[in-house]
Design a protein. Sequence first.
Length: 77
Amino acid sequence: MDYKKLKELADDFKHYALVLLAVATFLYIGLWVPNKAPQDVFEKTLLAVASFFLLIASAVCSILSSKYQKKLDDIDA
């Protein structure tokens, strides 16, 4: 892979990780906002599980971004 492609991949995965983290945070906050929180146990569970999986996806994207950044650093060295 060339330098430009690695840089784009590292930046893209970093942005994906931040967006997924933000969405997971909003879903989690939605569980605890008074008067707007879901009353049904299924809805609460669904939001909690979705938030958990988005956090996992965010971590995976962050790891991939770090991997590509290390490859970039190796090319520079």
